[in-house]
Design a protein around this ligand. Structure first.
Ligand code: NAG
Ligand code: NAG
Ligand code: NAG
Ligand code: NAG
Ligand code: NAG
Ligand code: NAG
Length: 675
C-alpha cells in the first residue's frame, strides 16, 4: 500500500482505489485513513480529529490507561445487580454508554442488521454492560433492553440475553471508576463525539442544533466545509431541482433511494444534502446498494431528524443557513479483556454492533494465544520492546541454542505495540513489516526473509504466532543477526520478537518428526504489469539422497493499485508448475471482498482499526501475520532425474496488463527438503 499514501496526510477518508467488481462484493474498495496528522488536521478543519484533544490532555495529566487493571465494581441493573470481580466472568466485558444525543448511536440501536449482529454473533465468552449517559437512563435502559429482546426473539437467540446487562443508573451517578475512564478517553473521532447540524435564520434568537449522521464512510467522499451554507427545500429530492445550486438541499426520506436523492441533488449542483427522517422514524445509515456504489457523487450528505422550526422557516420563505460541527463527548465504548485489563474498542467505521463482536473475538483469540505461549518451548528473545523505525529498523544479534538442528519447529512470537499505551500513539497505515536473518555473511541464506506482517492501522494490540519451521535451515550458525523493518517513513512501532523452538513429537506419526535440512530459494515477485511473468525462468533441481519429503513454501502478498485494484484488492493467482505437469496454485480469492479481513479477526487480525481494515486483500490483512503457504510436492518429483519448477502470477487467469500505476507482488519462495 504504502507508496501512495505517505504524503497524503490530510485526506480524511483518503480515496486511492476504486475498482475490481466481483459478483460477491457490494462496493468499490477504497483506501482511507482517519486523519494521519492530527495537529495539522485540527487546524484545517474542526469536524474531525483523531483524539488530538486527548493527546494534548494526556501530556500533562495522569488518568486510567489501556492495560490498567479494572477494579471490581457493582452496578444496579433492570434485573438486579451486575457484579464485576477480576476473573468472575471468565470472559471479556464490553461497557457501552448510550446517549441519544448521538445520531451514530441512535442508528446503531435502531438498525435491524446491527441489533441482529449483536444477538447472533456476540461471542459466548462476552458480557456487555449497557449504560446511559443521560437523565433518561431509566427509559433508555428499558428501551435498549426492549430492542435487544425483540431481536433475540426474532433470531431465536434468547440465550444471549443472560449476558446483556442494562443499568438504569446514569453514567454521571455511578460512583465507580467507569465514568472516569469514559471521560478521560473522550474523543471526537468517527464513532464518538457528537456530529451536529447547526441551523441559523434571521428571525431566531438562537441557532437550532441537532444531531446528524453522515453517509457511510466509503460511499460519499465529499466533506462538509467549515462554513455556512444556505439551506434550500428540495421536496423528496428524487428529481433535479435547479434552485439548490450552491446550497445544501433539504430533502425528505422516502419515494426513492438515498443514492437517487444525492445523485439528483449533485446533478443540480447542490453543495450537499441533508435527508430528514419522517416523523417517528430513526436516523439511518445512508448507503449505496450494488452497482450504485460505482458512481462517484462528489458531495457530502447526512441524515437528521425533521426539525419543525427549520421546516417552518423554509415554508414561510425565510432564509435558513446550515453549518456542521462535532462536539467532543465521553467515549461510548470501553472494555475489559479476559485478563482483566482495561482496553480500548478502536474505531467503529459505521453504526453496527458487529464492532463489539470483532473486538470480543479478538479477546478470545488473545486468550488462546496466551495459553499457547505457556506451553514449553526453547525461547530465544530477539527484541524486547525495541523501537523499529527508519532505514535501519530494529536490529539484534543473538546467540541461538546449541544443537539447533535437533529442533523441527520454529514459531515467531511477534508483537507490534505503540510508543504510548493508548491507540492515539500508534502509527497509522498498513505497512509491510519484514524480518530478515543473516547468520553467516558468506552463506547464500544471508538476509533471507524469515517472517512478514502488516501493521495495524493506529492500533497497538497485535501479537501473532507464526509457524516458520521449514525455514530452520536459514539459521546456519549459532549467532544470527535479525533485522525487522517497515517502510522508512512510517512512524515508530515498538516490536517484541521471541523465537520458539520445539520438537514436534506428539502424534507418533513419523512424518511429523521429519527435520528440514536444506532450503533452495526460488522466486521473488516484482512489478505486476505485462512483463511480470517474463522475468521468471525454469529452475532445475535434484532431490538430495535421503530426502523424505519436499515442500513448496511461499510468502506472497499483493500491493498497490492499478485500474483493477491489483495487487491489493484484485484476485490474483500464483502458480508453481512442477515438471510441466503439476500446477500448484494459490489464489487470493477474498481480495476485494467487503469483510474478507473482518472474517480473520478470529485468527488474530487486529479489529476496529482506524482505516479500511475490513476488506479482503491480496494475501494479507491489516494487523496480521502473513501466513506461509505450504504444499507437499514429494509425489510430484523424481528422485533420480532432475526436476524443474517455474512460477507465474496471473490476474483473472491471464498475464496482468494494467494501463496505469501497476501494483507489485512481494514474494519469497523456497523448496524445503526434509529428512
Ligand atoms: C432519540 O431521539 C429521537 C429524535 O429526537 C427520538 O425520535 C427518539 O425517540 C429518541 N429515542 C430514544 C430512545 O429516546
Ligand atoms: C448564509 O449562507 C450564505 C451562503 O453560503 C452566506 O453567503 C451567508 O453569509 C450566510 N449567512 C449567515 C448569516 O451565515
Ligand atoms: C412522495 O411522492 C408523492 C407523490 O409524488 C408526494 O405526494 C409525497 O409528498 C412524496 N413524499 C415525500 C416524503 O416527499
Ligand atoms: C451545474 O453547473 C454546471 C457547470 O457550472 C452547469 O453547466 C449546469 O448547467 C449546472 N446545472 C444546474 C442544474 O444548475
Ligand atoms: C518423543 O515422544 C516419546 C513418547 O512420548 C518419548 O519417549 C521420546 O523421548 C520423545 N522424543 C524426544 C526426542 O523428545
Ligand atoms: C495452472 O492453473 C491456472 C489456473 O487454473 C491456469 O490458468 C493455468 O493455465 C495453469 N497452467 C498450466 C501450465 O497448466
Amino acid at each position: 500500500m504504502a507508496l501512495l499514501r505517505s504524503k497524503s496526510s490530510l485526506l480524511w477518508f483518503l480515496v486511492v482505489v476504486t475498482v475490481h467488481v466481483s459478483a460477491a462484493e457490494q462496493r468499490p474498495m477504497r483506501r482511507m485513513t482517519l486523519a494521519e496528522d492530527d495537529v495539522v488536521w485540527e487546524s484545517k478543519r474542526n469536524t474531525f480529529s483523531l483524539r488530538s484533544s486527548k493527546t494534548t490532555h494526556r501530556a500533562n495529566a495522569v488518568g486510567p490507561e489501556p492495560g490498567d487493571v479494572a477494579a471490581a465494581f457493582r452496578v444496579p441493573t433492570l434485573d438486579g445487580e451486575f457484579i464485576y470481580q477480576p476473573g468472575n466472568l471468565k470472559g471479556s466485558l464490553v461497557i457501552h454508554a448510550f446517549t441519544n444525543k448521538s445520531g451514530f448511536l441512535e442508528c446503531m440501536w435502531s438498525s435491524e442488521s446491527s441489533l441482529s449482529s449483536l444477538v447472533q454473533d456476540l461471542p459466548d465468552s462476552t458480557h456487555v454492560l449497557f449504560l446511559s449517559q443521560d437523565d433518561s437512563a431509566v427509559s433508555d435502559a428499558l428501551w435498549m433492553q426492549e430492542q435487544v429482546q425483540r431481536a433475540a426473539v426474532t433470531h431465536s437467540k434468547k440465550e444471549v440475553l443472560s449476558r446483556l446487562h442494562f443499568s438504569p443508573v446514569p453514567l454521571f451517578a455511578l460512583g465507580n471508576w467507569i465514568p472516569s475512564v469514559l471521560y478521560y478517553w473522550s474523543c471526537i473521532g468517527h464513532n464518538c463525539g457528537f456530529s451536529q447540524a447547526v441551523f441559523t435564520s434571521k428571525g431566531w434568537k438562537m441557532p437550532v442544533i441537532i444531531k446528524r449522521l453522515d453517509a457511510r464512510y466509503d460511499w460519499l467522499m465529499g466533506h462538509w466545509d467549515h462554513k455556512s451554507y444556505q439551506l434550500i427545500d428540495a421536496g423528496d429530492g428524487c428529481n433535479a431541482s435547479p434552485s439548490v445550486s450552491g446550497a445544501v438541499a433539504w430533502v425528505s426520506e422516502g419515494n426513492c433511494s438515498f443514492f437517487t436523492k444525492v445523485q439528483s441533488m449533485a446533478k443540480s449542483n447542490a453543495s450537499g444534502v441533508l435527508v430528514y427522517a419522517l416523523a417517528g422514524n430513526p436516523i439511518q445509515d445512508m448507503n449505496c446498494v450494488g452497482s450504485e456504489c460505482y458512481t462517484p457523487l462528489g458531495i457530502p450528505a447526512a441524515m437528521v431528524h425533521l426539525e419543525p422550526s427549520v421546516a417552518q422557516a423554509l415554508r414561510s420563505g425565510q432564509m435558513v443557513n446550515v453549518s456542521f460541527q462535532t462536539t467532543p463527548s465521553p467515549n461510548f465504548f470501553i472494555s475489559v479483556d479476559r485478563e482483566g485489563a482495561l482496553a480500548e474498542m478502536g474505531c467503529f467505521l459505521y453504526p453496527t454492533f458487529s464492532f463489539f463482536n470483532w473486538q470480543a473475538q479478538w479477546f478470545d483469540f488473545y486468550a488462546d494465544l496466551w495459553t499457547k505461549l505457556q506451553s514449553p518451548a526453547k525461547v530465544v528473545s530477539v527484541f524486547d520492546k525495541v523501537q523499529m523505525q527508519g532505514d535501519k529498523g530494529a536490529v539484534a544479534t543473538v546467540d541461538l541454542p546449541l544443537g539447533l538442528l535437533d529442533f523441527n519447529t520454529l514459531e515467531l512470537d511477534a508483537s507490534l505495540s505503540c510508543p504510548g499505551r493508548g491507540d492515539w500513539s500508534c502509527a497509522p497505515w498498513d505497512h509491510t513489516v519484514q524480518l530478515f536473518v543473516c547468520c553467516d555473511h558468506l552463506s547464500p541464506y544471508c538476509n533471507m526473509e524469515l517472517g512478514r506482517w502488516i501493521t495495524a492501522f493506529h492500533r497497538g494490540t497485535g501479537r501473532w504466532l507464526t509457524d516458520v519451521s521449514p525455514l530452520i535451515p536459514l539459521l546456519d550458525s549459532n549467532k544470527c543477526t535479525f533485522t525487522m523493518k517497515t517502510v522508512p517513513w512510517a512512524k515508530p512501532w515498538i516490536v517484541s520478537l521471541n523465537l520458539r523452538f520445539n520438537l514436534r513429537n506428539q502424534t507418533g506419526n513419523g512424518v511429523d518428526e521429519l527435520h528440514p535440512f536444506r532450503v533452495t530459494s526460488l522466486y521473488n515477485g516484482g512489478t505486476f504489469d505485462k512483463n511480470y511473468n517474463k522475468q521468471f525462468h525454469p529452475i532445475k533441481f535434484s532431490v538430495p539422497t535421503s530426502t523424505k519429503k519436499v515442500e513448496l513454501y511461499a510468502v506472497i502478498t499483493g500491493h498497490g493499485s492499478d485500474e483493477y485494484g491489483c495487487g491489493e484488492f484484485c484476485v490474483t493467482s500464483h502458480h508453481f508448475l512442477i515438471n510441466s505437469a503439476y500446477n500448484n496454485t494459490l489464489t487470493f480469492d477474498t481480495a476485494g471482498t467487503a469483510l474478507g479481513c473482518a472474517m480473520r479477526v478470529k485468527e488474530g487480525a487486529v479489529p476496529n482499526e482506524y482505516g479500511t481494515w475490513l476488506y479482503g486483500r491480496g494475501g494479507w490483512c491489516d494487523g496480521l501475520q502473513v501466513d506461509p503457504w505450504r504444499t507437499d510436492i514429494t509425489k510430484q518429483l523424481s528422485s533420480v532425474d532432475s526436476n524443474t519448477i517455474i512460477y507465474f502470477g496471473l490476474f483473472d487467469g491471464q498475464d496482468p496488463n494494467p494501463s496505469r500505476e501497476p501494483g507489485c507482488i512481494t514474494m519469497s519462495s523456497f523448496l524445503v527438503f526434509y529428512k
